[in-house]
Design a protein around this ligand. Structure first.
Ligand code: LRH
Ligand code: MN
Ligand code: MN
Length: 424
């Protein structure tokens, strides 16, 4: 399915007058608008290859049709999102859900759509049909050396796929842990895991990063061997300068102060990247910004402040990825909503009056500090995000255009009603 440039222009024309009114208002109220627009245009969020179909629950899937049948079609879908919002210029692959059997063709196809390959994800949390040994009792933590070796070899193979595609990072998420007290020796599980990660780390090219993703629970419900940011940071520190912690917003115990975690990881130079999603209960993988938008804002506020204080480039120095997928929305519309939520929140964080906030902090003026943050959070920045998108050639209303162009209906015509994408 193609979205011609002239169709986007026609769509934009129909919304232009209203947009210009809103943009004129916000630019009149905001200092340094051009600088903000440049930052917004540079900011790209990677789309996970496993979120292009309906999923996200083990209790049933209700595919709406037209789901991508292979990696090529997934790239086409992400290309479509990027054409609409100009902010989804990257893809994050999960191996073996999406094996690039012809890497140079896949790389060229992605480039045609303006996409690059973000972090590669390994999978040692499921058994594959052709796999010799089972991960039932963990992968890198396993008491059996040959299982550990199999998991190490898989990760090294994922790095190889990534090299062929021009990726430069590996995300390792392990479901390793235990379901019952006594099942594991925690110290030995940690040490096995560390030595496995060390072997994988040794196989990283010089310019690569390794992201160690933590998660409090699920599928293990008593202990997880990379269970929180402290443990992830411990592994990353022991591994070396190419290893970082990855924060998935859904992987914390309830009410964790994620913004504080982010601030300290940044301070230590050990924050590697993000899996954005939202949740009410656990690892719900809901649309970004759908449940706790203020928390997301407070996280972005720390990101902007922390990255600026270290002279980091917002767009390129961390891995920005979505990790959300679920059952009741059209997955492409859902991803458009997630990217929009990220852009809006990033724009709001850019608006925070840093000087005033620092002054308030130095005077222990708690009320002003809160006012400064909420002033930015309560600002309607949608016209700023839309203007950045317009200047980059995207659609003023990505979801509006997606619906008007009947994208899903066309995908169903092309691919059929019964297709099911690989993924969660
Ligand atoms: C684990 C996780 C991890 C996996 C993805 C499919 O819950 O967040 O990032 O790779 O889901
Ligand atoms: Mn994740
Ligand atoms: Mn998760």
């Amino acid at each position: 399915m193609q979205l011609e440039k002239y169709r986007i222009e026609e769509h934009n024309q129909s919304l232009l007058a209203a947009h210009q009114r809103a943009f004129a208002y916000i630019s009149g109220e905001t200092e340094g608008v051009d600088n903000i627009l440049e930052k917004l245009a540079a900011f790209q969020v990677a789309i996970p290859s496993w979120a292009l179909g309906t999923g996200g629950t083990r209790f049933g899937r209700f595919p709406a049709g037209g789901e991508p049948r292979n990696l090529e079609e997934k790239i086409e879908d992400i290309g479509l999102l990027h054409r609409l919002n100009q902010s989804s210029g990257a893809i994050s692959l999960h191996i073996p859900w999406d094996i690039p059997s012809n890497p140079s063709h896949i790389k060229a196809l992605a480039a045609q759509h303006g996409l690059r390959f973000d972090a590669m994800n390994s999978n040692t949390f499921q058994d594959q049909p052709d796999q010799a040994l089972s991960y039932k009792f963990g992968s890198l933590q396993n008491v059996d050396k040959s299982v550990r070796q199999q998991a190490i070899d898989h990760n090294i193979e994922v790095i190889r796929h990534g090299i062929e595609l021009g990726s430069d990072s590996l995300t390792v998420w392990l479901s390793d842990g235990s379901c019952f007290p006594g099942q594991l020796n925690f110290r030995k599980a940690f040490q096995h895991t560390l030595s496995g990660l060390q072997e994988i780390y040794a196989a990283l090219p010089d310019n690569w990063k390794m992201f160690v993703e933590y998660k409090a629970f699920e599928p293990n419900f008593y202990s997880t061997t990379v269970g929180d940011w402290g443990q992830s940071l411990l592994y990353a520190s022991k591994l070396g300068p190419k290893a970082y912690t990855l924060v998935d917003l859904g992987h914390h115990l309830p009410n964790a102060n994620i913004e504080q975690i982010v601030a300290l990881l940044l301070m230590e130079g050990k924050l590697g990247g993000f899996h954005f999603n939202d949740s009410k209960y656990g690892d719900d993988d809901l649309t970004v910004g759908s449940i706790k938008p203020y928390q997301l804002f407070l996280i972005f506020n720390e990101l902007v402040e922390g990255m600026d204080s270290r002279g980091m480039n917002h767009a390129t120095d961390l891995g920005w990825m979505i990790d959300a997928s679920h059952n009741v929305k059209d997955p492409l519309e859902d991803l458009l909503q997630s990217v929009e939520a990220i852009m809006i929140t990033y724009a709001q964080a850019l608006l925070v009056d840093r000087k005033k906030l620092t002054e308030a902090q130095l005077n222990s003026d708690v009320v002003t500090a809160q006012e400064v943050l909420q002033q930015a959070f309560r600002t309607d920045v949608r016209a700023l995000v839309a203007e950045a998108r317009l200047r980059a050639g995207g659609a003023l209303s990505p979801i509006g255009m997606y619906r008007a162009e009947k994208v899903r209906e066309n995908l169903i015509k092309e691919r059929g009603l019964k297709t099911v994408a690989t993924g969660l």
